[in-house]
Design a protein around this ligand. Structure first.
Ligand code: PRP
Length: 214
């Protein structure tokens, strides 16, 4: 039995497509309803919140997982990234009002003390630190676009897919900071101890990804 953790929410559809494309059984997964553990042939799928996926893998509850690198970059847990599926593409960005965007045009000192709302506290802090700017982070767990409108923050650091949420809230991308896509990750010990079992699945996903990009 191989256990694969998958993120609920908007990435789940892409994950099912990848697994299906790789020839893994997905019939029960596609009809999971409210079930969080789904058995499909020799596979068991765990459905968790995106931010919990690295933990499920590092703790050994799952051998493998599909999850965005926005989540693994933010998480401090130890997992191994095996491959980039190239699916579920989006990007990380600093976004704000056009007025705030002007502060990013000049010297880095213009960014000192900037209030940044985000659910990616570590990644945001790291990114601004690399630019040499000391900022104040406001940790919100969702709907971060609210913060500039309410005067709680000057800008946000968030994931952007269609750009629809930014547009609807009068915000623009100020700096695109990283590309994001669904990655296949693994538990480090499972990779070593169960490679003979996991290999077929990893190879099948790799082949699907390679065929799709050629
Ligand atoms: C994410 C992100 C943005 C939105 C971007 O939130 O935080 O709010 O999606 O997508 P778009 O560019 O296609 O509009 P999500 O929908 O995951 O919910 P959340 O705000 O509760 O985190």
């Amino acid at each position: 039995m191989t256990t694969i953790a998958l993120p609920t929410g908007r990435s789940l559809g892409d994950c099912v497509e990848i697994l299906k494309g790789a020839g893994l059984p997905t019939e029960n997964l596609s009809n999971a309803g409210r079930h969080l553990v789904v058995a499909d042939g020799p596979f068991r799928y765990l459905l968790g919140k995106p931010t919990d996926i690295p933990t499920l893998v590092s703790q050994g509850a799952a051998d493998l997982a599909l999850v965005g690198n926005d989540v693994t970059d933010e998480s401090e847990v130890d997992v191994t990234e095996i491959l980039d599926t190239g699916r579920g593409k989006c990007f990380m960005a600093v976004a704000g009002t056009p007025e705030t965007a002007v502060r990013f045009d000049g010297h880095v000192t213009n960014l000192m003390g900037l209030r940044v709302a985000t659910k990616y506290v570590r990644t945001a802090s790291r990114t601004f630190e690399e630019w040499g700017a000391q900022i104040r982070v406001l940790n919100l767990n969702g709907s971060v676009e609210l913060a500039p409108a309410l005067g709680l923050a000057n800008c946000i650091f968030d994931i952007v897919q269609t750009g629809g949420t930014l547009k609807a809230n009068g915000l623009v991308v100020i700096r695109r900071t990283a590309e994001v896509s669904l990655r296949l990750i693994a538990n480090r010990s499972a990779l070593q101890l169960r490679w003979s079992v996991l290999r077929e699945t990893v190879d099948a996903i790799q082949k699907f990804v390679a065929d799709a990009t050629n």
